[in-house]
Design a protein around this ligand. Structure first.
Ligand code: ADP
Ligand code: MG
Length: 691
């Protein structure tokens, strides 16, 4: 229940003075639906009002003058502005008022009166002027004009100064809240109180007060991070309290591994022992296994599934596409079946008697492992004793979908797999409620992919080389990005590219895109995988772990439009065999400096974790688009890069709180409850509950 002290902040914005039916939707677009959201608006800049005399007016500057109203030149037509000539001892200037702003002006500011005016000076063909001064006051009211003013985001129909008045009112309504910070930490960081921090946010005295690194911004960021970390720590603790099947493996997985043509990397060994430690604990596991494409996550999951099968339980491995599910099935069904573990593949394509047979095998427990797509969590799919769910490319599934599958057993263990490497600093913010194992090592024997950035102007040359390579038996992916507003026109671009390539390369150019049905995609992919089609033009549907070992060339069009992580993943489609592979990043010049640096990083390394760290560094946290897509929370105050030092402190703080005061009943605990309600993280988190 929300504490009463927060009621004023959770009131709708319509309760603010001046926010009526016209303004409310505009303000909501800028801030959000609540008074709290207006309070949380951040000024993006300041204006400094320089006092001066008219002869010293500078074009483009925001200045304040004391003037005398000299003469009016009324608008003669509707579209003409009202002009007011003002003077001081040193010169004159024209004030310009459009539309209804000109009405009533002469009555309020009669000729001969003194006024203090403040606004932006403009020099144009009409001479020196000021359009709609921000302030026009009697000299005794001059004190109302701030020397420094915070500028807020605005929107059409709602100028920044209106927004600022709403912010001021929201701030006036902000209550004093009990302190939830640890006193020693607060003192060490010289943090202001919550109320003081908000005041400082809205009353910047200089640019320095807008910086993410200043104490009040850090305080607000820390509050937000702590609220989030606390919610995740609580959930993790709750899950730990749920008893789950204790799984103690015998020798089955080892016997299966002995048949594999390779040995596990150290990183794979570590991931497997992390999983086994969880299995042994008798608590419900929720573990994320992170590792580059091809780092060998699937075989680790296979061993975990063998452990479960050996103890009499069942596992389900779910992949986001049919192609992937099929590949996983091909990878694991042989080794498992050789040792007496039956594996069933279940996808949307299974129908009728065949499907019924598979469902029977799962319901009776005769099949110990199911591999499949969304088909796995349909209502009529039942398991005898489901104990482990493995989700591949976990971010491609909604929480509800994962939960539906996990709901087919009791206290089911979860392994989530992701090929999107997350920088360590962000692991806590994205997966603070999961345990994480990283597979940060590639199996030996892979040749690095030679990577080049080439301007699109040299397209013909690239196509020519591709033709030679294809003649020599090579296969290539050609990626066209989805970038425009309309998927239809993006698709058209990909289709045109396929047509153009066919002109040079002949008919062996396939096209796969997101609008195709699963069966259509599979057919094209199968042709490509079997080598019947040497070149595959694709929108990014190949992003997830498709495995075509004979493909050695990856061309990515408009590479500058992709996130670094995405480029890295795409590149991971090639270089899987022992043959030399190449990746060509086609770009539209000129490249921005950052885009240049990003492409450079790709050329220099193929370690996904290094790339992710560099990416974060280059974005500086500012343009976190790609990160947000990969699940980074949409913080109000916390910046994942600038405040990265605070993330780990908040994580430690949260863990300690949950250990010492799980019910949040102490004095500080009660204040922390207010903090959590303030940020409302719990509501947001329920939507992305991993367990
Ligand atoms: P991921 O799921 O992480 O993309 P996979 O588990 O699909 O990777 O492994 C990719 C390929 O590498 C598979 O063909 C797999 O058999 C092989 N592989 C896995 N582990 C090793 C290893 N330690 N040494 C050599 N090859 C391996
Ligand atoms: Mg994979």
């Amino acid at each position: 229940m929300r504490p009463e002290i927060l009621f004023p902040l959770f009131a709708p914005i319509a309760t603010l003075k001046g926010v009526g039916p016209r303004v409310a939707p505009l303000l909501e677009r800028v801030a959000g639906p609540l008074v709290r959201d207006v309070l949380w608006l951040k000024p993006h800049s300041i204006v400094r009002r320089t006092p001066g005399v008219l002869s010293g007016a500078v074009d483009g500057q925001v200045m304040t003058f004391v003037v005398t109203i000299d003469a009016y030149q009324k608008a003669r037509t509707r579209t003409q502005p009202t002009r007011v000539r003002v003077t001081d001892d040193t010169g004159f200037m024209t004030l310009v008022f459009f539309g209804r702003f000109g009405d009533d002006l002469e009555r309020r500011h009669p000729v001969g009166e003194k006024r203090v005016i403040s606004g932006k000076v403009e020099d144009d063909r009409f001479g020196r002027q000021m359009v709609h001064p921000d302030y026009m006051l009697a000299p005794d009211k001059a004190g109302e004009i701030p020397e420094v003013e915070a500028i807020y985001p605005a929107t059409e129909g709602l100028p920044p100064r209106r927004v600022r008045t709403f912010v001021d009112e929201a701030e006036a309504r902000a209550p004093d809240l009990p302190e939830w910070l640890d006193p020693a930490w607060k003192a060490q960081e010289r943090f202001p109180s919550w109320r003081e921090a908000l005041h400082a946010l809205h009353a910047p005295r200089s640019e320095a007060d807008l910086a993410l690194a200043c104490p009040h911004r850090r305080r607000l960021a820390y509050d937000e991070l702590l609220a989030h970390q606390l919610a995740m720590a609580q959930r993790k603790a709750a899950r730990r309290r749920e008893p789950a099947a204790r799984i103690t493996p015998g020798g089955l997985a080892s016997r299966i591994r002995a048949d594999l043509p390779f040995a596990f990397t150290d990183a794979q060994e570590r991931a497997l022992s992390d999983i086994r430690a969880d299995f042994a604990a008798g608590e419900r596991m929720s573990r994320l296994v992170q590792g580059d494409v091809g780092s060998g996550k699937t075989v680790v999951a296979m061993c975990a599934m063998a452990d479960v099968a050996e103890c009499g339980g069942q596992s389900a491995l779910m992949a986001p596409t049919e192609i992937l599910a099929r590949q996983h099935f091909e990878t694991i069904s042989g080794p498992l079946a050789d040792h007496g573990v039956d594996v069933v593949l279940l996808t949307g394509r299974d129908k009728g008697a065949g499907r019924a047979e598979k469902l029977r095998a799962l319901a009776s427990g005769s099949a110990k492992v199911a591999v499949g797509t969304h088909a796995l969590f349909q209502d009529d799919v039942a398991f005898d004793k489901l104990e482990l769910v493995v989700i591949d490319e976990q971010h491609r599934f909604g929480v509800a979908e994962r939960q539906r599958l996990q709901g087919k057993g009791r206290a089911v263990h979860l392994i989530a797999m992701s090929a999107t490497p997350i920088p360590r600093t962000l692991e806590l913010t994205m997966y603070g409620d999961l345990d994480v194992s990283r597979i940060d090592q590639k199996p030996p024997g892979r040749t690095p992919v030679a990577t080049r950035a080439v301007p699109i102007g040299r397209l013909d040359e690239i196509v020519g080389r591709l033709k030679q390579a294809v003649a020599g038996g090579a296969q290539a992916f050609w990626i066209c990005p989805l970038v425009s507003e309309s998927e239809v026109s993006d698709l058209a671009a990909a289709e045109m590219r396929a047509v153009a390539l066919r002109e040079t390369l002949g008919p062996g150019v396939g096209l796969v895109h997101g609008k195709m049905s699963g069966a259509e995609k599979d057919a094209v992919m199968a042709d490509f995988a079997d080598g019947r089609v040497p070149v595959l033009v694709a929108t990014t549907v190949v992003e997830v772990g498709v495995n075509v070992p004979n493909a050695t060339i990856m061309v990515i069009e408009q590479a500058e439009r992709f996130g670094l992580a995405q480029l890295h993943q795409l590149r991971g489609r090639v270089g899987r065999g022992s043959r030399e592979s190449a990746c060509v990043l086609l770009y539209d010049p000129p490249l921005s400096e950052t885009a240049q640096q990003r492409l450079d990083i790709l050329r220099r390394t193929d370690d996904g974790f290094v790339i992710a760290e560099k990416d974060l560094e280059l974005r500086g946290g500012g343009d976190a688009l790609g990160l947000r897509q990969s699940g980074l929370p949409d913080y109000v105050f916390a910046d994942p890069f600038a405040h990265r030092d605070l993330i780990s402190v908040a994580g430690d703080d949260a863990r300690l709180i949950v250990n010492r005061d799980p019910g949040l009943t102490s004095e500080r605990g009660k204040a922390l409850q207010v903090l959590q309600e303030l940020f409302d993280w719990k509501a947001g988190l329920a939507l992305r509950d991993a367990g």
